[in-house]
Design a binder for this molecule. Structure first.
Ligand SMILES: [Zn+2]
Length: 282
């Protein structure tokens, strides 16, 4: 098995949105903000090459709505064909794309406008694209809060091409790669569990977007159902602490991965890791 991280670009969100009810005086010690109170977030995708399958987890925001979303200050948004070529793959090699959920910063990069902008095409034409069934239903009929984060042109071309698979319960995608469902940030979010030689790597998505969000109550204001978000984050952390699983953060611009521990009933980061320190080979 080989693992690659693919940095798909960065954007900015208000620190108040990133840390919800936590006062800035407290969170600013754990995550920096600029003079406008913006925090820099990455879009860190994961490519798992099992030999038989090449599984991409999340695809960043892509470039279709960059004008509309300019408030977020997107920077360094990648072009997947170029980025994959650097590590020896083509877009056609990707067999599976797993979307943690369908907010634009997670799925937009899997589709693009064709040359004359007359149609939207799939960036990974041979891939089966996986999404939580509840997330898909929410995408089709969004609440007023999430409607702004969903763009039909990001997903309908994939559905229309017959390349979308909906996940309604936890499943084994292939040997060593599991998809598990978590609620709270949105409904039916997928976290990806990759079994490595010694440890399991957890691609947390927006269950825990930043290392600073590890404390259960440190929720983002973008979490639609806060109590569910805390319950399901706790569920992820309990297992991660017990089994010493490695958490991989999609949005953290400064911390790629970490281990967690439970002390006095609270979770905290016990060790930070760079992606390069993870050894996948069984
Ligand atoms: Zn996100």
């Amino acid at each position: 098995m080989k693992l690659h991280k693919i940095e798909a670009g960065s954007f900015h969100v208000d620190g108040g949105a990133a840390f919800g009810v936590v006062p800035k005086k407290v969170w600013q010690k754990r995550y920096p903000a600029d003079e406008n109170n913006f925090c820099k977030l990455h879009m860190r995708c994961l490519l798992v090459d099992t030999g038989d399958r090449r599984i991409l987890v999340d695809a960043g925001t892509g470039d279709k709505q960059l004008d509309y979303l300019k408030y977020y200050g997107f920077e360094g948004v990648i072009n997947f064909p170029d980025e994959l070529a650097k590590i020896g793959y083509t877009c056609g090699d990707i067999t599976d794309v797993v979307f943690t959920h369908l907010h634009f910063d997670h799925c937009g990069g899997a589709t693009r406008y064709n040359a004359d902008k007359s149609a939207v095409e799939l960036v990974f034409p041979n891939a089966t694209h996986w999404v939580g069934d509840a997330q898909w239903q929410n995408f089709l009929n969004p609440n007023v809060r999430e409607g702004d984060s969903y763009f039909s042109e990001n997903m309908l071309p994939i559905e229309n091409a017959g390349k979308l698979q909906k996940v309604s319960r936890d499943l084994v995608l292939t040997n060593g790669v599991e998809l598990r469902l978590f609620n709270g940030h949105t409904v039916g979010q997928i976290a990806v569990y990759v079994k490595m030689a010694q440890q399991t790597l957890v691609y947390c998505g927006d269950v825990i977007p930043l290392a600073a969000n590890v404390p259960v109550a440190w929720l983002s204001s973008y979490d639609i159902f806060p109590l569910d978000a805390m319950t399901d984050k706790q569920r992820m952390l309990e297992e991660a602490a017990e089994k010493q699983q490695i958490l991989l953060f999609e949005h953290d611009a400064y911390t790629e991965c970490c281990l967690v521990e439970k002390q006095y009933n609270k979770f905290k980061v016990s060790k930070t890791l760079r992606f390069e320190e993870i050894t996948p080979t069984p």
